[in-house]
Design a protein around this ligand. Structure first.
Ligand code: 13P
Length: 128
């Protein structure tokens, strides 16, 4: 079962909730992990089971980065707010970098997230 991380900055949380709702049946077959508040929103508003790390600003991105290093993450949807500076920008940059280093697919827009999730689901289908 693919392990997928879901992360969104505050302005993008409605987008990731709407994406999770649209992709609910597909995502219910994935092992989901999320930063704290994103995971809470998805669990509460969509009803999906999500493992929750700390909130991004206090280390959640870094916890997910550690899983990338361990080879545990198959894909990440990370909807960043492109218009607001984040206090934990170094953590965000580190997560992007680790995905580059370990060739983990990361989608940073809703449109690319749809391709990523469809692609992971197709991989599962081929393995079956
Ligand atoms: O800040 C984040 C990612 O950089 C997201 O954290 P939350 O999901 O806890 O809001």
């Amino acid at each position: 079962m693919p392990r997928v991380a879901l992360i969104a900055h505050d302005d993008e949380k409605p987008v990731i909730v709407s994406l999770a709702r649209e992709y609910e049946s597909l995502l219910s077959n994935f092992d989901l992990v999320a930063t704290g508040t994103t995971g809470e929103r998805i669990a509460d508003e969509v009803g999906l089971a999500v493992e929750r790390k700390e909130s991004g600003p206090i280390g959640g991105d870094t916890q997910i980065g550690a899983e990338v290093v361990e080879g545990d993450i198959d894909g990440i949807v990370f909807l960043r707010d492109p218009l607001t500076a984040q206090a934990h920008e170094p953590d965000i940059t580190a997560l992007l970098r680790l995905c580059d280093v370990h060739d983990v697919p990361m989608a940073t827009t809703r449109a690319s997230a749809e391709y990523l999730l469809d692609g992971l689901a197709a991989d599962v289908g081929e393995e079956a």
